[in-house]
Design a protein around this ligand. Structure first.
Ligand SMILES: CC(C)(COP(=O)(O)OP(=O)(O)OC[C@H]1O[C@@H](n2cnc3c(N)ncnc32)[C@H](O)[C@@H]1O)[C@@H](O)C(=O)NCCC(=O)NCCS
Ligand SMILES: Nc1ncnc2c1ncn2[C@@H]1O[C@H](COP(=O)(O)OP(=O)(O)OP(=O)(O)O)[C@@H](O)[C@H]1O
Length: 194
């Protein structure tokens, strides 16, 4: 089974691209989604222990956690040390499950693929990109997004140009959804034909 990693900087269209792979029948494991699930389950206790007061009604309040991190950006690494091993464990379960089911390939949507050396765990890398103006526009439109939060996240991410240089396949989302979908179909066809 081929393991394909999907990555891209914030707002580049990675989640949209992942959804298009899913529509074509590709099993997708979304690391951000896994984090959000963990914040309603296994990660609640350890994160609350490190950041007292961020749990509300048995789940981590991500807006509150974000505020704490913006006030103390160096603590993001500490949060990652708690969360990333739990994310890895979920990823291993996902791979084992689809391998057993005989899937020809799976897609791991990993925002920090290069940053966390997840590159070593995948056979191919797909990088989702768009022009920087489109990126800023998309990101700043999101509810709860601030220039500080955007800057904090960007500072932690490998630059888009470097990601593109390290990709096996590039999906450019600056154009329409249809153009994006065509690029993804071409990648899936190539992967299915081995
Ligand atoms: C900071 C938190 C609370 C913000 O939550 P919020 O719901 O507002 O945003 P969301 O999780 O949807 O992330 C928004 C964007 O930022 C990116 N991002 C999130 N965490 C990080 C990080 N540590 N480094 C770089 N980019 C990150 C995401 O991939 C996504 O593209 C949350 O992202 C978090 O707990 N991050 C730490 C866990 C982590 O490293 N996740 C990355 C994937 S494993
Ligand atoms: N051709 C396109 N391909 C992908 N996304 C597009 C396209 N045109 C517009 N968009 C829009 O761009 C926005 C950003 O996309 P998306 O949420 O997939 O980004 P992301 O890279 O997953 O972001 P994050 O890293 O923050 O999770 C969405 O609102 C999406 O609808």
């Amino acid at each position: 089974m081929i393991i394909v990693g999907l990555t891209g900087s914030i707002g580049m269209g990675k989640s949209t691209a992942a959804g298009m792979f899913r529509e074509l029948g590709v099993p997708v494991n979304d690391a951000d989604e896994v984090v959000h699930e963990l914040y309603r389950g296994e990660a609640v206790a350890p994160v609350e222990a490190a950041f007292p007061g961020v749990a509300k009604d048995g789940a981590i309040d991500r807006a509150e956690l974000s505020r704490r991190l913006i006030a103390a950006p160096d603590r993001l690494a500490e949060l990652e040390r708690i969360v990333h091993p739990l994310v890895r464990a979920k990823e291993r379960e996902f791979i084992a499950r689809h391998k057993a089911a005989g899937a020809p390939f799976v897609l791991l949507d990993i925002p920090l693929l290069f940053e966390t050396k997840a590159e070593e765990r995948v056979d191919r890398v797909v990088v989702v990109t768009c022009d920087p103006e489109t990126q800023r526009e998309r990101v700043m439109k999101r509810p709860g997004m601030t220039a500080e939060k955007f800057a904090m996240i960007r500072a932690r991410q490998v630059p888009d140009s470097e990601k593109r240089a390290r990709a096996d396949y590039i999906v450019d989302t600056s154009d329409s959804f249809d153009v994006t979908r065509q690029q993804i179909r071409a990648i899936v066809d190539q992967l299915r034909s081995g």
